[in-house]
Design a protein around this ligand. Structure first.
Ligand code: ADP
Ligand code: MG
Length: 354
């Protein structure tokens, strides 16, 4: 199963372990909690669950249900599987015709649209052709020499980009494409899968848990120490895996980080990020090293983190403050990294020097 799942969303397996790591999570199994882990969507997942007497399933049953859920979501949303529901829709030439969509996929498409509207198109799942053109699509190989595309090809593709080219019919659970768009859900699907696993845990009677896929998280209740979960935002450098940059404390929320320090290629001394600005067709190029978002759900945090990363340090922070979004930024300066955060993020900050 794990092997099947490694036909994936993103190539993060080779270039990323976690964008966050868990400072206070214990490394061994203990009487009061258990851990589950595996591979999915080109990356890894880690789940810590506090035991409940009222829980309705065993650990083995839970692991099985989680793997089934992940496999289902992968089969619905992966651009890496040619026969996934998303790939089939992407390959359908029919314009102006209603295409039936599964409830999960509809959820993600609607949430993506909401974030597109909110961010004036900085987040846009129709960015797929540009992601592929820049070499970050399914055929991406971190070890291969990358080339930068011809500016004329970028210009030609821009015309097919735009979340507005999709219409929704909620009653019929269908969408209609008005251009030959290609959707890419890699910027939101990991967060969505985290939320679906949280739902599964809630349903099985667990109240206190942490679910993480590729650095996108959802925290519920309290940690094994009986206090809210404590998470470390890591140092935004490719070779500094696991170094704590900022500790945060939260519960009953999702958290996601988007950064330019893992998924990129370098050519002639310039770094090209896997996050593309759909409005220009070019990878983002600004001083923002990483952006962490806390939101009600992990999917929302995931999409918003990617969006605010596109908007950059000034516009991104303006949006965060005007929309009351909890955002923490690490910004590159000539003197090193500096940080800034929105008002809504303040309650989560742990001041380690105290
Ligand atoms: P990060 O944690 O760096 O945000 P994600 O995996 O969440 O990484 O999202 C990045 C992926 O989303 C890219 O690999 C690409 O497939 C897709 N993507 C790139 N740019 C955008 C964008 N502007 N809007 C939506 N998705 C994007
Ligand atoms: Mg994202």
């Amino acid at each position: 199963m794990v092997n099947r799942l490694s036909t994936l969303f993103v190539k993060k397996a080779t270039v990323i372990t976690l964008s966050l790591f868990f400072m206070l999570a214990c490394s061994e199994q203990r009487a009061d909690h258990f851990k589950l882990a595996g591979a999915t969507m080109g990356t890894t997942y880690h789940i810590t669950v506090l035991k409940e007497e009222t829980a309705t399933v065993s650990e083995e049953e839970l692991q099985q249900a989680i793997d089934q859920q992940l496999q289902l979501i992968n089969q619905q949303m992966s651009t890496y599987l040619p026969d996934s529901e998303l790939s089939k829709i992407n390959n359908k030439p029919s314009l102006g015709e209603a295409i039936a969509v599964s409830p999960n996929l509809m959820d993600v498409l609607l949430l993506s649209h909401e974030v597109s509207w909110l961010t004036s198109g900085a987040f846009d799942i129709t960015v797929g052709p540009l992601v592929n053109l820049w070499g970050f699509g399914p055929s991406f190989d971190v070890n291969q020499q990358q080339t930068t595309p011809d500016p004329n090809d970028i210009k030609l593709l821009i015309d097919t980009i735009g979340f507005r080219h999709i219409d929704f019919d909620l009653g019929e659970s269908s969408i209609t494409k008005h251009k030959a768009i290609v959707m890419d859900l890699s910027g939101v699907a990991k967060g969505y899968a985290v939320d679906k696993i949280s739902e599964l845990l809630d349903y099985a009677g667990f109240k206190n848990y942490m679910v993480e896929i590729g650095g996108e998280l959802r925290l519920s209740g309290h940690s094994p120490r009986g206090i809210p979960w404590q998470i470390a935002i890591e140092q935004p450098e490719a070779n500094s895996l696991g170094q704590v940059f900022q500790a945060v404390s939260l519960s009953g929320a999702g958290l996601a980080t988007s950064g330019d320090y893992r998924n990129y290629f370098e050519k002639d001394g310039k770094r090209y990020s896997h996050t593309i600005d759909p409005r220009t067709g070019y990878p983002i190029d600004h001083a923002l090293a990483s952006v962490t978002v806390v939101a009600e759900t992990s999917a929302y945090a995931d999409a918003l983190a990617t969006a605010i990363n596109v908007l950059g340090p000034e516009k991104g922070m303006e949006l965060a403050n005007s929309q009351d979004i909890a955002v923490f930024m690490i910004v590159k300066t000539e003197q090193g990294f500096t940080t800034k955060y929105s008002q809504a993020f303040e309650p989560y900050i742990i001041n380690l020097s105290n």
